[in-house]
Design a protein around this ligand. Sequence first.
Ligand code: AMP
Length: 475
Amino acid sequence: MFDKFHDECAVMGIFGHPEAANMVYLGLYALQHRGQESSGIVSSDGKALISHRQMGLVADIFKEDVIKRLEGSSAIGHNRYSTSGQSHLKNAQPFVVEYAQGPIAISHNGNLVNAGMLRDELEAYGSIFQSTSDTEVIIHLIATSKEATLMGRIVEALSRVRGAYSLLFLTLDRMIAARDPMGFRPLVLGKFKVGRNRNGYVVASESCALDLIEAEYLREVEPGEIITFGPKGMESLKPFPPVPHAKCIFEYIYFSRPDSNLYGRNVYQVRKELGRQLARENPVQADLVTPVPDSGVPAAIGYSEQSGLPLEFGLIRNHYVGRTFIEPQQSIRHFGVKIKLNAQREVLKGKRVVVVDDSIVRGTTSRKIIRMLRDAGAKEVHMRISSPPTISPCYYGIDTPTRSELIASSSSVEEIRKFIEADSLGYISREGMYGFLDGRTDGFCDACFSGNYPVHFDDEGHTRQLHLFEATQQR
Ligand code: AMP
């Protein structure tokens, strides 16, 4: 059985570059925000797959000697993050296995919702699992498939899994990218020139990874699309019947980097627009707007522009904060937040402050931030949130705590306001959030804000598909 479900991850792959592993390393570096627990790269030199996986940050793992060893013109990589105790090297990706036709590696972003059921079935037929990650199920389904070709095996395996996957596979001579039919997690495609007249290809979780390696953005890998990069160039396949899309809205709100282009829009511009809408819906008499850095910055700029209130940095972030701290025995008030953020008395003293963040999860950070702002002299603190209340956990790849830990799952806005000790609290509305899409809500997954799950996940880790999903599959 799997012991965790909420992986946040990045994938990155290069096909047709003499320094493929080096390019993947740079891409993973640009995608570090999507996972900080472990990282790995697998390259192909045409004769073998070469792998390096390690716990830690990209820049600490891939030193010159490691990159040198990862020879070949194609490579895939992965960053992984998990909050629970199952953080272990055995769960670090890419996974590599041998099957009847040779070695294959896999990198996965997203969560499968029927992995438990499939794993039980595979184990009953003799598959031996090496990790507790749901991704390994895909590899075993490929290895045990009776289909003759690799593509046949991949299509068969993917037709059995449900939920979120943005995938990269690597074999000796091919790289394959696949995105689930609902398109939960992002995946983008780009190309670059090698020498005078040869093209190489890159596939990555976000477009900011393409910018760093100076690749040209082509398009998204489409939901339900499988792209093969091989000796014959690039081939696209759409083997599954189309279903309604469910692209993650939270990528826009918090998770993606603001300099990425996602689902056809620049994330920074979207967040600024959310801030403007937040100001329209929740105006307040105040002296200044201040963001919770970094997550609240673009929305605070939007709020400031719309409201006419000046933008000030009342909170300054330390960008070098690691995972663990040695806490002094004499307790320091709000230690956990203070180590990351410092409130500026010069800016805040005597002021009525609007503080903008992208979301409230448990409410504990907001509460500490508000106390810090008051300690630094703020006269009033008005909290504004550029997403609707987070009421439901994510089962498709965003790390959220259980429902009972989500403050908005059981508390009203007024109760949350009291808990975080704000003078006022305002969230953007769900309709307002979709304003930047001209009000169109179709094509997105907003289960975290609405509780509407496009694919259901039950408590035992086995799935019951929503009738809607089943019906559209059969169409
Ligand atoms: P909390 O104290 O639990 O309410 O935390 C709220 C803060 O967590 C906000 O500043 C958010 O930007 C941030 N946040 C929201 N979602 C996530 C996530 N999935 N992983 C890490 N931080 C998050």
